[in-house]
Design a protein around this ligand. Sequence first.
Ligand SMILES: Cc1ncc(COP(=O)(O)O)c(C=O)c1O
Length: 286
Amino acid sequence: MSTSNWYTGENYDPDPNLKIWLDGKIIPVGDAKISVFDHGLLYGDGIFEGIRSYNGRIFEREAHLRRFFDSAKAIRLNVPWTFEQLDKAMDDALEANGRLRPDQDAYIRMVATRGVGVLGISPIRTWKPQVYIIASTIKMYPPEMYEQGMPIIVSSVTRNHNNAMPARIKSLNYLNNILAKIEAHDANCPEAIMLNAQGYVAEATGDNVFIVRGGQVQTPPTSAGILEGVTRATVIRPVTSIDRRAIGHGKVGPITRQLMEAYENLVRNTPKEMSAAERGLAGRAV
Ligand SMILES: Cc1ncc(COP(=O)(O)O)c(C=O)c1O
């Protein structure tokens, strides 16, 4: 991959028919605008969630919403919506895009920015935070890699130190991860493992990591400085080589395969998780 021009040349404009939930309204994507003075854009000052919906059902909706509000609290951003309102807003965004149907999967991106402010980093001189929800799809790794495995690298980019930018805050500033991703792309790999400042495995650029060792599944502790992934307890990635060294037999192993199947079964067949409204959580403090 050349360093000067690595763009694919494809058009990545969103589907013009996409509807966005922005500030309480469902509007066409072309009208969904955030100010150039928004501190989310100027300084990466904001937080987000990435949430999956399988067969029209949001997976672990409560866990994701909790993490959203926890991230906001950590950066002292007052989300101008309640837990229950955003819970419903996710369904509204799905429905507006025909993705509540049982034959539909989706990827939901919920974002809260610090909002419009004066130039200068202080969040004190900002106006109301902006919240929006995209209900669309996401492309992760090439499908054949889930069968055949994937080559990855160990990045030279250290995962943010917890005292600098705790990884458990899902902030709008992902440059730490992006630098590692660039390094992976340069090595023709789709993913990179990031080590923490002590040299221990932390996580990948957008995923938690697991290893099958001696028949056991192992994953770094949250104290390694990682995002507390919602999928962490159930998912495993079929990694077969790191830095060109084969992992195991260099193929997707039986435990990985078993976990992948169990995970797929779980997300598609778990009874529908109740929304906050259904659980009677209206108005609860978060
Ligand atoms: C840095 C990072 N680690 C881990 C994950 C996995 O988290 P989850 O399983 O909650 O999606 C993500 C997901 O976006 C991430 O960005």
